[in-house]
Write a protein that binds this ligand. Structure first.
Ligand code: AHG
Ligand code: MN
Ligand code: MN
Length: 337
C-alpha cells in the first residue's frame, strides 16, 4: 500500500530539514491548515444554509459587495492568527488597514501574514470553485514592537511562504516555502490534508488561455493581438479558452495542465483589477517555484515595490513559454508605455 503523508507530517518533516528553524513557521502553517478546514466546511454548506448565503450588504474598500462567506472566512483567518504568537500583524482584502496584534498579549512574533480570505466571491452562490490566498513575510521592524506598514510593503521576492486553498470538487491546499511547491488534498472523512501533488511543476507550454474577454475592447493593442494569436489556427492553436472567474481556480488548473491567465490593464482600470500584495505576489511565488512565470506584462511581479496596501497591478501568469510570448506582443505593439 502506498504510504500516505499528511500535511501535518509534511510540515514536521520539512522543519527537520532546516536545522535552525524554530518551528514558528510550522506553527503558522498548521494554524492556516486548521482555519482552512473550517472555512472548507462552511463553503460546502453554503448552498444549504440561508444564514451564510447571499450578500451581507457591506461594501469593502474595493467597492465590491461582500458576501457573508467572505466575512466568515475573514473572521476565521483573523481569529486563527490572533491565537498565534508568531504573527505580529496581518492584512486582509476585507480590511482597509493592517491589523496590528497586541504585543502585551504575547504577539512578539517575527512574521506578518497577508490574505485574500475568499477569492472568487462572485461564484459563492453558484456552486463554482472559490479559494483563499495567503502570503507570509518576515517583519522588517524590530521583534517586540508593534507591526508597521513597512512590514507589509516588501517585494514579493522576500516572501518566506505563500499558498492557496481551492474549495473545488475537493478542497486542496498548495503552498511553497521557497523549496518547490506541494499540493495536499483534503480527505473530509478523516479530516486530514494528504500529500497528493508532490513537487508540482507547471508545464513549460500549454494550450489554455484564461482572460475575461468581455473586456477585449478596453485592452491594449499588444494584448488584443496576443488574444488573436491564441485563436489562430497554427502550431497547436487555437488554444482553449477557460475562464472560471476565480483566480485561484483558474491558476490551479493552469498549474496542473499548463496555460496562461491574464488580467491586463484596460481603459476602465489602468492597473488591472487584481491586488499585488495578497493575490499576485503569492501566486507569482508559487508559479516561479513550479517553473512558471508571473509578470505585469514587462517586469516580474516579485520585483515590484509595493507602495499601497490594496494596490492593483496587471497580471500575466502561467506556463513560461506562454508568458514570454505575450511579452513579445506587448513589447512590439505597446511600446514602452
Ligand atoms: P475577489 O473575489 O477576491 O474580489 O477576487 C475576484 C477576482 C479573481 O478571483 C477573478 O479572477 C477576477 O476577480 C474576476 O474578475 P472579472 O469578473 O472582472 O473577470
Ligand atoms: Mn481575490
Ligand atoms: Mn476576496
Amino acid at each position: 500500500m502506498k504510504k500516505v503523508v499528511t500535511l501535518g507530517q509534511f510540515i514536521v518533516k520539512k522543519q527537520e530539514d532546516f536545522p535552525y528553524a524554530t518551528g514558528e513557521l510550522s506553527n503558522l502553517l498548521s494554524a492556516l491548515r486548521l482555519a482552512s478546514k473550517i472555512v472548507s466546511r462552511e463553503v460546502n454548506k453554503a448552498g444549504l444554509v440561508d444564514d451564510i448565503r447571499g450578500a451581507s450588504g457591506v461594501t469593502n474598500i474595493q467597492g465590491e459587495t461582500q458576501m457573508k462567506l467572505d466575512d466568515y472566512a475573514n473572521m476565521e483567518f483573523i481569529n486563527s492568527m490572533m491565537a498565534q504568537e508568531e504573527i505580529c500583524g496581518m492584512a486582509s482584502e476585507e480590511d482597509d488597514d493592517i491589523i496590528v496584534f497586541d504585543t502585551e498579549e504575547g504577539h512578539n512574533g517575527k512574521y506578518v501574514l497577508l490574505i485574500d480570505p475568499l477569492d472568487g466571491s462572485s461564484n459563492i452562490n453558484v456552486n463554482v470553485s472559490i479559494g483563499t490566498i495567503f502570503s507570509i513575510y518576515r517583519r522588517v521592524s524590530p521583534v517586540g514592537t508593534k507591526a508597521v506598514l513597512e512590514d507589509f510593503f516588501q517585494k514579493g521576492r522576500e516572501q518566506v511562504a505563500a499558498g492557496y486553498v481551492v474549495y473545488g470538487s475537493s478542497t486542496m491546499m498548495v503552498f511553497t516555502t521557497g523549496n518547490g511547491v506541494n499540493g495536499f488534498t483534503y480527505d473530509s472523512s478523516i479530516g486530514t490534508f494528504c500529500l497528493s501533488h508532490p513537487n508540482m511543476q507547471m508545464p513549460v507550454d500549454g494550450s489554455i488561455y484564461s482572460v475575461n474577454e468581455g473586456n477585449y475592447r478596453y485592452f491594449s493593442d499588444g494584448v488584443k493581438k496576443y488574444i488573436k494569436y491564441c485563436q489562430e489556427e497554427d502550431e497547436g492553436r487555437p488554444y482553449a479558452a477557460r475562464y472560471i472567474g476565480s483566480l485561484v481556480a483558474d491558476f490551479h488548473r493552469n498549474l496542473i495542465k499548463g496555460g496562461i491567465y491574464f488580467y491586463p490593464a484596460s481603459g476602465m482600470s489602468p492597473k488591472g483589477k487584481l491586488r499585488l500584495l495578497y493575490e499576485n505576489n503569492p501566486l507569482a511565488f508559487i508559479a516561479e517555484q513550479a517553473g512558471g512565470m508571473a509578470t505585469d506584462g514587462r517586469q516580474a511581479i516579485l520585483d515590484l515595490q509595493p507602495t499601497e496596501l490594496h494596490e492593483r497591478c496587471p497580471l500575466f501568469i502561467g506556463s513560461k513559454n506562454m508568458v514570454e510570448k505575450v511579452h513579445e506582443f506587448i513589447a512590439l505593439y505597446d511600446g514602452d508605455a
